[in-house]
Design a protein around this ligand. Structure first.
Ligand SMILES: *[C@@H]1O[C@H](CO)[C@@H](O)[C@H](O)[C@H]1NC(C)=O
Ligand SMILES: *[C@@H]1O[C@H](CO)[C@@H](O)[C@H](O)[C@H]1NC(C)=O
Length: 574
């Protein structure tokens, strides 16, 4: 017995050592320092909601600056919902390999991302990084061992559940039998300070502090900033932004969309502040910064935030491009092809091996990743050969739909919510132009992010280059030729000529072989899928039994008498 334990320990030690072994060989790094890794994640922000794609209703100059000075991840793919998307990022695996392929973890449900899978922060921690999560978790909290500081993060400041109110930091789940609960913590402790501060600012303040303190300690930084923006808050007040920010968008007629623009704008400013903080701490030149959205925007339906995935079809919680092809940019001085689009398909599960490579961390085979290392392509020349690849967008045998990418081909079988989202759901309002849109180039150049990044440019960011990149980033749909009713038939698209999924090729003789291949591949993946980890909600999760907080309800004893939590965040009111 003891021998077994000892050899298991040795094995673990060995793995840990092998993770850092490659660091001496890394040729991309400047000096000998491990690069800082900063991942900024938006929640439910639309494909077309970064103005780099050409939108003019509201601008995102800081995010755009990352793309112009770095690279727009033109075809970044993610699972179409929060939990599976975050699980894929952190594990480097398809959701079918971590039990997260169906829907999400609602706060009252006692399950989590599979515990026996190694997560990205654990890997970076073993390589000597300080690992920090600011903001949302949403991978389970019913037991302490499900939560961020038990899963590789040294530090967490933020919330465990699906979403919160932007000011009160409380949430009520759609299943209204559970009352509103407070959900904001510093590590395991309920965090009450700074009440009433807009949460996007709060998370940014914390990120700035971490950047500064980690630099002072001369430790390499792994920092994820998982924003609440632009997810909706509770049903009674879903879209929230400071009034003075909303006032900047009076040209937008729909009051909800006006608030959404303000939420995006605050998020964009946050990105500018983070870049500035890195520059001030003299860490920028040695950092890799990624900004992206966890999935497409829910333009309509549950948690609808008016975000736009135009011109793509579908939205969050659907198999279509509007759900899975997400807004994303990367900047690092380590990228030699800065200032060019990255047009290869890249999956959020690729970030783990890709960033590990950038940090010189060698990953053991035993991790069995679905993600692949694209660092050579990303960092290398602008025309690096495309890596032919597969991406499984979804395989959900509870809701009965699947979606698979293989090279230029996309296969969809079944769909969500009786096909309600199976079309283009938004358009661009051409008569609601942001007054700043006319001076777009100046707005981007004057953004805090651009000012900090420009000194690392390999070629000057001219107006011409910006226009060219923006034009290249604009998706052009073809004409609808043969539609597909995914409820009744299989759909096959050639995304290289049909990015908007308008022409079903499943009946074309010429495509019979690729159709058969993809069908077979889905069956194969189905055979290796773990059962979904979903568990029904439990009544003892109710915050009124846990001092009005969302707590580790599987291990914490529930109060005998439910509290009246119906006034401002009880746990913090004393
Ligand atoms: C993890 O646990 C699940 C069951 O919960 C099991 O099916 C799977 O094989 C395990 N995976 C690893 C890598 O140990
Ligand atoms: C396609 O969907 C149908 C209906 O749900 C199902 O019977 C069939 O097995 C699916 N095919 C694949 C390859 O998943």
């Amino acid at each position: 017995m003891r021998v077994v334990i000892l050899s298991a320990l040795l094995l673990l030690l060995n793995l840990n050592l092998s993770w850092v072994k490659a660091s001496e060989k890394n040729t991309y790094r400047t000096g000998n320092k491990l690069p800082n890794v900063i991942i900024i994640m938006a929640d439910d922000m639309g494909f077309d909601d970064i103005s780099l794609r050409g939108g003019r209703e509201f601008l995102t100059p800081n995010i755009d600056a990352l793309g112009f000075h770095g690279r727009l991840l033109d075809r970044l793919y993610a699972p179409a919902m929060c939990t599976p998307s975050r699980g894929a990022l952190l594990s480097g695996k398809y959701p079918i390999h971590t039990g997260t392929q169906h829907f999400v973890i609602s706060n009252e449900e006692p399950w989590s991302l599979m515990l026996n899978t190694t997560l990205m922060p654990e890997i970076f921690r073993s390589a000597g990084y300080s690992t920090n999560l600011v903001g949302k978790w949403h991978l389970g909290f019913a037991r302490p061992e499900y939560t961020p500081t038990h899963r590789g993060f040294d530090y967490h400041y933020g919330y465990w559940g699906a979403y919160i109110d932007y000011y009160q930091r409380r949430s009520q789940m759609p299943e209204k039998t559970y009352i509103v609960g407070y959900d904001f913590r510093r590590n395991m402790e309920v965090e009450c300070t700074d009440r009433g501060v807009y949460v996007t600012d709060l998370l940014t303040n914390e990120a700035e502090r971490i950047i500064q303190e980690t630099a002072a300690k001369q430790k390499p930084l792994f920092l994820m900033i998982n924003h609440l923006a632009t997810h909706t808050a509770n049903d009674n007040d879903p879209l929230q932004a400071p009034e003075e920010e909303v006032q900047k968008f009076l040209h937008i007629k729909d009051p909800n969309h006006r608030k959404y623009a303000a939420m995006v704008s605050k998020l964009d400013q946050s990105v500018g502040r983070v870049i500035t903080a890195l520059a001030r701490a003299e860490q920028l030149e040695n950092s890799i910064v990624i900004f992206y959205s966890d999935n497409g925007a829910p333009s309509v339906g549950m948690f609808a935030n008016t975000g736009s995935n135009w011109p793509l079809k579908g939205q969050k919680n659907s198999p279509w491009e509007g759900g899975v092809r997400v807004a994303g940019v990367i900047w690092s001085q380590l990228l030699t092809a800065r200032g060019h689009l990255f047009t290869q398909p890249i999956y959020v599960g690729d970030f783990l091996p890709t960033l590990a490579h950038a940090a010189g961390i060698e990953l053991p085979e035993s991790l069995q990743l679905d993600g692949i290392d694209l660092w050579p392509q990303l960092a290398g020349s602008k025309d690096a050969p495309h890596v032919p690849r597969e991406i499984l967008h979804s395989l959900d045998d509870v809701s009965h739909f699947s979606s698979l990418l293989l090279g230029q081909w996309k296969y969809v079988n079944g769909t969500t919510l009786a096909g309600q989202f199976d079309q283009q759901l938004t358009h661009r309002e051409l008569d609601e132009l942001d007054p700043r849109a006319r001076r777009y180039v100046v707005e981007v150049r004057n953004s805090p992010a651009s000012k900090a990044l420009a000194r690392y440019d390999l070629q000057r960011l001219t107006q011409h280059r910006m226009h060219t990149l923006r034009r290249l980033a604009t998706v052009r749909c073809g004409d609808m030729q043969r539609g597909c009713n995914a409820l009744l038939e299989e759909c096959l698209y050639d995304l290289s000529v049909d990015p908007c999924e308008l022409n079903n090729l499943a009946y074309s003789e010429r495509h019979a072989e690729i159709l058969a291949t993809m069908r077979q591949r889905v069956q194969q993946l189905r055979a290796e899928a773990l059962p979904p980890g979903n568990r029904p909600g439990v009544s003892y999760a109710n915050p009124n039994l846990h001092e009005c907080t969302w707590d580790n309800f599987e291990v914490k004893k529930a109060g005998a008498v439910p509290l009246d939590c119906d006034y401002h965040g009880i746990p913090c009111s004393a």
